[in-house]
Ligand binder design. Structure first.
Ligand SMILES: Cc1cc2nc3c(=O)[nH]c(=O)nc-3n(C[C@H](O)[C@H](O)[C@H](O)COP(=O)(O)OP(=O)(O)OC[C@H]3O[C@@H](n4cnc5c(N)ncnc54)[C@H](O)[C@@H]3O)c2cc1C
Length: 307
């Protein structure tokens, strides 16, 4: 028995093994996505995202759209134009023809935000069955921020000096202490050992978990729109950013349309449209005569300026 056969494969060996047997196929293949397949993209201190499988490409989206539009699509000559049309008009079902299956390793507190996206299929590592690794997310110094004073759901300035050192010390100490207790409770060394499904309840939410996450492109775009947004928490945003890079290579036309009509776009309320029209006509519009609340006006001016 060779060395590799006698022990479990390391993640690198597993990736090399999976990438070493290309097979011919009649299915849609996205050259851009092939380079990502199986390769883990590191995220945070111990996490990663890797593509395990995918279905469809840009052509699968237009192929499905042409079924519904038939001759009507003749007016849109190329695939990119049609995809942009679909995205612009919220015709979303053709995007559901593409799917992606990801293997993600992430801290439990990030997983709690992620799992709120219900339109995906999930299979998570079982901490009832297996023993969790001693791996905790400890933020790098530049992401150790204070509570924001203007946004209850956000961060303010980065902690510095002694305060940063103290916080890091607490995070590391508590993580290790909790894991030591976990190990002590499940230990069968001269004792029955507490069930893993119970012992895990004492672990903090910065411990890492893993899951397979399968989602169609329409719902993935919804996830990315919310989680790659600058207002999303940094720790989930970095995963969304990594996935964006993969999707860009997988379905470049669809991703381009998504970037333009969703990520780069701004939503305007009816009152906002009116204010812009009045401004363009030369009128001086203020919050008082805009019909908007102070909060709405602040957000309006943040995008359209105060002129
Ligand atoms: C910046 C930010 C802050 C947030 N803060 C909080 C918070 O403080 N507390 C909190 O609880 N959550 C919070 N969330 C989570 C948020 O409320 C949503 O649960 C999450 O973004 C998933 O969105 P979704 O339901 O649209 O996605 P999905 O679950 O993927 O659903 C996609 C769409 O499918 C439809 N859908 C899916 N399932 C159902 C269903 N069962 N019934 C009806 N329609 C359905 C809906 O139209 C939905 O928009 C926050 C999210 C963000 C991005």
């Amino acid at each position: 028995m060779n060395d590799q056969a006698s022990r479990p494969m390391t993640p690198e060996e597993e990736i090399a093994e999976m990438r070493s047997h290309p097979r011919p196929t009649l299915r849609a293949v996205s050259e851009g996505m092939e380079k990502h397949l199986y390769t883990a993209q590191p995220v945070l201190d111990h996490g990663f995202v890797r593509v395990i499988d995918y279905m469809g490409d840009d052509a699968a989206i237009t192929q499905a759209a042409r079924v519904s539009y038939g001759k009507g699509t003749k007016s849109v000559q190329n695939d990119e134009g049609l995809i942009r049309y679909l995205m612009r008009h919220w015709h979303s079902t053709p995007f559901e023809m593409c799917e992606i299956k990801l293997h993600v390793k992430l801290p439990v507190f990030v997983a709690r935000q992620w799992i709120r996206h219900r339109t995906a299929n999930v299979n998570e590592y079982s901490a009832r069955y297996s023993i969790l690794d001693r791996e905790f997310y400890i933020p790098p110094a530049e992401h150790l921020a204070a509570q924001s004073v203007v946004n209850n759901q956000g961060r303010g300035d980065v902690l510095e000096g002694e305060e940063a050192a103290r916080v890091l010390e607490i995070l590391k100490r508590d993580s290790n202490q909790a894991y030591d207790s976990y190990e002590a409770m499940i230990s069968q060394d001269g004792q029955a050992g507490l069930a893993r499904e119970l012992a895990r309840m004492n672990l903090p939410t910065n411990i890492y978990t893993q899951w397979y996450w399968k989602v169609d492109l329409h719902n993935l775009f919804h996830f990315l729109r919310l989680r790659a947004d600058p207002h999303a928490q940094y720790e989930i945003r970095v995963y969304a950013d990594a996935i964006c890079e993969m999707v860009r290579d997988w379905v470049p036309f669809a991703y381009g349309a998504f970037e333009d009509y969703r990520m780069g776009a701004q939503q305007l309320s009816g009152k906002g449209v009116e204010c812009l029209k009045r401004r363009l006509a030369g009128e001086v519009v203020t919050q008082e005569n805009s019909g908007m609340s102070k909060g709405e006006w602040r957000e309006f001016e943040a995008v359209w300026g105060d002129a």
